[in-house]
Design a protein around this ligand. Structure first.
Ligand code: SF4
Length: 154
């Protein structure tokens, strides 16, 4: 899984383009999904999201996806779960102070961001994670929120 995660980071540019296409599609479908009712869609959406993003990004189903702002690297793979950049404990070789064999997730995020058109989003401040959302579909939440707001973030 770690190898696939690295692959996604190395090809963050194409993954970002795919993300933007899916995002536009999601925006178009959002009103329909709201009408269909969230409760009925939550379970299948969460399973599908877990399979696909689990395979590609080692997704932990945090419920509030920030991949597009973190170089297509899931920050929840950081042993400390940091969502706003690395801690002060990165080893001189770029590895994690907790898992010595693990390259710092944030170094990978930074490299991935450098390959993306909107890579500058890595500078966005991420809100504290709401742990009550764990296991729920971030895709669905994003679509519903956008349908209600009627606006499209980048
Ligand atoms: S940020 Fe959250 S939803 Fe996105 S890939 Fe990581 S754990 Fe999954």
């Amino acid at each position: 899984m770690r190898a696939l995660r690295r692959l996604a980071t190395r090809h963050a540019g194409p993954f970002e383009r795919l993300y933007l296409v899916c995002d536009r599609l999601a925006l178009a479908l959002a009103p329909l999904l709201v009408k269909a009712g969230l409760e009925r869609l939550e379970r299948p959406a969460a399973v599908l999201e877990s399979w696909t993003k689990g395979a590609l990004f080692d997704c932990n189903m945090c419920g509030r996806c920030v991949l597009a702002a973190t170089g297509m690297t899931c920050p929840m793979n950081c042993p400390k779960g940091l969502r706003n950049g690395p801690c002060g404990g990165v080893r001189a070789n770029g590895n994690c102070e907790i898992e010595a064999a693990l390259r710092c997730v944030w170094l990978e995020a930074w490299e991935g961001a450098g390959r993306m058109r909107h890579g500058g989003r890595i500078g966005e401040l991420q809100a504290p994670l709401d742990h009550r959302l764990k296991g729920s579909s971030a895709w669905l939440r994003r679509m519903v929120e956008r349908a209600r707001l009627g606006s499209a973030p980048p």
